[in-house]
Design a protein around this ligand. Structure first.
Ligand code: C2E
Ligand code: MG
Ligand code: MG
Length: 639
């Protein structure tokens, strides 16, 4: 293809060069012709004005001495090297030759065709001639016949002027050649542009192909192998009997790092961890990122002691602080090692390493474990939870319980917090604190969250009172960008006014401060839905964060409420501070986890406007139909 294109390009340039040469030649001749006419006209005018009685001279009168002198003088003006005069019959009267002037008798000469034609047409005629054969002629000259016109407009003769154009043509030819050269250059450039572009395009395509090949086998962020490439290589190594151990590694609390510092810092942290892995292993070891913060190493020809040595150094290095811009991350890694036995299928050590990692995670993190049989049970339980959670999500086999929200001054139920419930295959309840983080990890939380929103709004709309419903959100539900639409459609389907819905976001699941999150929060608030910060006091909210997202309510974490009994002074101070902050930032305050009358009294006195806790009711099914006021009331004695 490239050769065909080059051949075509050469041919096109050849045709172009020929065309330019032809056009140049024609242009030079035309320029010379025009210039000759100009010069001849000027010369004829000069003769007419300087030769006294030129009309008489042309008519054949014998020239006077002064006329002869003038003719001699003007005979060699400028590029004119010869001229002739013809009378009004077209007969030659006078010839100026190099030697001298020759007068002819117009009576004896025969009329010539060209002068007759020029007189009839009253326009000059020019012939450009090559004089190289004739030693008396310049190399190139023009013969110009110019009609001589009297003051009365009569043509009384013709002057034939010989103009030496050798120098002029040289000048024209030089100029046109330069121009032609330039034009050829420009055209060559223009013609070769597609060729060059094609070359670039081919190079780019080649680069893209290489990139695609790289991406098919390697992780774009860290440059480590991806899962597929790792498994291929590990299988080869295992077949050759050289794979001795597999290690699974995972960054501890990576989700929190991403939520607090944003994805850019999260990505930089992953790249940093990949660097840690590289620096603590041998270049023969297989390093891969399986996704998220999950890394895997395949060790080659190394005993368990050697493997644990390298893994220990990874864990030690990863626990050092990492700085990225203003962010300081005091992270760590957990690891699980499985020894590869010769007869094993590769899947076994992979699953065992994962089980050992899980063991490290549940035993306190920032450590490694070597797989032992006892770890299999935990691992199987986790895998069973994964598949059960997936199945429950598909079947929408969850339920909601509702916990009362009570007005602190009237003790009336003003709403309910919807709390998600899921049962295990054996019918036992799995706490949300167990399955919700797993649902987040498996990417199921958005689907589950949408179900919670639809169900809670529908069930609360079935009550005839005006109670509100408070629904817990995961920060991940804001990552899809469509939360306002999901909320709007749930409200619409349930026929519930937006001011009866409150959304709770746990403080520790800080939201990314990105434009999409801010836009969705604004859209929700504009809709009339209110926003509460759950478990306040346990996370790391900054004032700007509270301010930016415009929370309407803070829910004091229940640890401060229970603390009122254990450490009354400090807990009181904390709750007072939260209330003060709420007042300043125009946020109301709920106290949750109230179990005793005493706690309820103190919190109501301090200024919490809504109270929630086992004292007022455990999470339960909603009352059917209109809630009986007496059922919904609970007096707090002494308040
Ligand atoms: P949360 O939003 O802070 O909900 C309050 C939790 O405290 C509930 O636990 C509730 O049963 C418990 N609680 C209420 N009053 C008392 C009390 O007086 N004493 C004690 N000890 N506990 C009390 P639950 O239902 O196990 O929920 C745990 C967490 O799971 C919730 O904490 C919430 O963060 C999360 N969660 C529950 N449902 C959902 C949901 O639909 N979506 C999301 N994303 N998270 C949910
Ligand atoms: Mg809550
Ligand atoms: Mg809470």
């Amino acid at each position: 293809m490239l050769f065909r294109l080059a051949g075509f390009l050469a041919f096109a340039l050849l045709v172009l060069a020929g065309g330019i040469r032809y056009v140049t030649q024609a242009s030079v001749e035309e320029a010379i012709r025009r210039e000759s006419v100009d010069k001849a006209l000027h010369y004829a005018q000069y003769m007419a004005s300087h030769i006294r009685d030129i009309e008489g001279l042309v008519a054949g009168e014998r020239p006077a001495q002064d006329q002869i002198e003038t003719v001699r003088h003007i005979r060699r003006l400028g590029d004119i090297f010869r001229f002739k005069l013809f009378d009004h019959h077209g007969r030659l009267v006078l010839v100026s030759d190099d030697s001298d002037l020759q007068m002819r008798s117009h009576l004896v000469g025969a009329p010539e065709t060209v002068p007759i034609h020029v007189m009839a047409a009253r326009v000059p005629v020019v012939n450009v001639k090559d004089g190289r054969e004739d030693p008396d002629r310049p190399d190139l000259f023009a013969e110009a016949y110019v009609p001589l016109i009297s003051d009365f407009g009569d043509v009384f003769g013709v002057a034939e002027v010989y103009v030496d154009q050798t120098e002029t043509s040289g000048y024209f030819r030089d100029s046109f050649s330069r121009f032609a050269l330039m034009l050829s250059g420009v055209c060559a450039l223009l013609f070769s542009a597609p060729y060059v572009a094609y070359g670039f395009q081919k190079q780019r395509a080649e680069r893209s192909r290489k990139d695609a090949e790289f991406l098919a086998s390697y992780d774009a962020l860290t440059g480590l192998m991806n899962r597929r490439e790792f498994l291929d290589r590990a299988r080869e190594l295992h077949t050759a009997g050289k794979l001795t151990a597999i290690c699974y590694l995972d960054a501890d609390k990576f989700k929190g790092i991403n939520d607090i510092h944003g994805h850019a810092v999260g990505d930089a942290y992953l790249v940093h961890l990949a660097g840690v892995l590289r620096s603590c292993t041998h270049h023969d070891d297989l390093l891969a990122r399986f996704g998220g913060d999950e890394f895997v190493i395949g060790f080659r020809d190394l005993d368990l002691e050697g493997v644990t040595g390298r893994v220990k150094s990874i864990i030690r290095t990863a626990s050092q602080e990492f700085h990225e811009g203003d962010a300081v991350i005091a992270g760590s890694m957990s690891a699980g090692i499985a020894v590869v036995a010769p007869g094993d299928q590769l899947d076994d050590p992979l699953a065992h390493a994962d089980a050992a990692l899980y063991h490290s995670k549940s035993s306190g993190r920032n450590m490694f474990s070597v797989y032992g049989d006892h770890m299999g049970e935990d691992y199987r339980r986790r895998m069973a939870l994964h598949s059960h959670l997936r199945q429950t999500t598909r079947d929408k086999n969850f339920s909601l319980l509702y916990q009362r929200l009570v007005d602190a001054s009237t003790q009336k139920v003003v709403g309910y917090e919807a709390l998600l419930r899921m049962v295990d295959e054996d019918g036992s309840e799995i706490p949300p604190s167990v399955f919700i983080p797993v649902a987040e990890e498996l990417g199921l939380i958005s689907e589950i969250g949408a179900w919670v929103l639809q169900t809670a709004t529908q069930e609360i709309a079935g009550l005839d009172d005006h109670s509100l419903v408070s629904v817990n959100l995961s920060a991940a539900q804001l990552h899809g960008g469509d939360l306002p639409e999901i909320v709007a459609s749930a409200l619409k389907e349930a026929g519930l006014p937006p001011d009866r819905l409150e959304l709770e976001i746990t403080e520790s699941l800080l939201l990314d401060d990105d434009a999409s999150v801010a836009y969705q929060i604004d859209a929700l608030k504009e809709m009339g839905v209110s926003l509460a910060m759950d478990d306040f006091g346990t996370g790391y909210s900054s004032l700007s964060y509270l301010w930016r997202f415009g929370f309407d309510r803070l829910k004091v974490d229940r640890s401060f409420v229970s603390g009122l009994e254990r450490d009354p002074i400090r807990s009181r101070q904390v709750i007072e501070t939260i209330l003060m902050l709420g007042e300043r930032l125009n946020m109301r305050v709920t106290a949750e986890g109230i179990e005793t009358e005493k706690q309820a009294r103190i919190l109501a006195d301090l200024g919490c406007d809504i109270l929630q806790g086992y004292l007022f009711g455990r999470p339960a099914a909603l009352p059917q139909g209109e809630a009986a006021p007496e059922q919904n009331e609970r007096r707090v004695s002494g308040s």
